[in-house]
Design a protein around this ligand. Structure first.
Ligand SMILES: [Zn+2]
Length: 165
């Protein structure tokens, strides 16, 4: 994968580079879980995955794990390629819930065009209400989660998408 110097400069301009061992935090756009986001060649990347790619010349096969457990960190030294099972173990070891286990996978691999997390989807489904006269609170929920299209929203509600949760 090739990136222009301009694209690389843009990428680095969003990173607070510190010493080799410290966390390099992403100061650009982030998703709700705190992971950095950047769009290059019309593809939206999670910043830490792009950082891994630049450091290793390949994208992580499925998950890109943080040894520092700091989502905005993009220090390549803190990133490693991992399997879903490893991620589960990591999170369990750190006492984090199971709720977001696949967020990174879903965002980074399966569905690069969404910022939504599993938590968001659950929240939307729980709080979606039909009101009188065929109205609903869909508009407010769409606004709250930055969902642009009605079909995206209805696919979530009707479980056409995110059917695994
Ligand atoms: Zn870090």
């Amino acid at each position: 994968m090739e990136f222009s110097e301009e694209q690389l400069n843009k990428f680095w301009s969003f990173i607070e580079v510190k010493t080799e061992d410290e966390c390099w935090e992403w100061i650009g756009c982030k998703n709700r879980d705190g992971y950095g986001l950047i769009q290059v060649n019309k593809v939206r990347y999670l910043s830490h995955r792009l950082s891994y790619l630049l450091a290793n010349d390949e994208l992580p096969t499925d998950l890109c794990l943080h040894s520092c457990d700091n989502p905005p960190c993009v220090n390549p030294k803190h990133l490693r390629n991992g399997t879903l099972e490893q991620n589960v173990e990591d999170r369990v070891a750190r006492g984090r819930g199971r709720g977001q286990l696949t967020t990174d996978m879903v965002l980074g691999v399966k569905n690069p065009n969404t910022n939504l997390t599993e938590e968001n989807v659950k929240y939307i489904r729980q709080h979606y209400k039909k009101t009188h006269y065929h109205g609903s609170n869909a508009k407010e929920l769409m606004k709250q989660f930055g969902i642009k299209s009605k079909s995206t929203f209805h696919n979530i509600i009707s479980r056409k998408t995110w059917s695994h949760i």
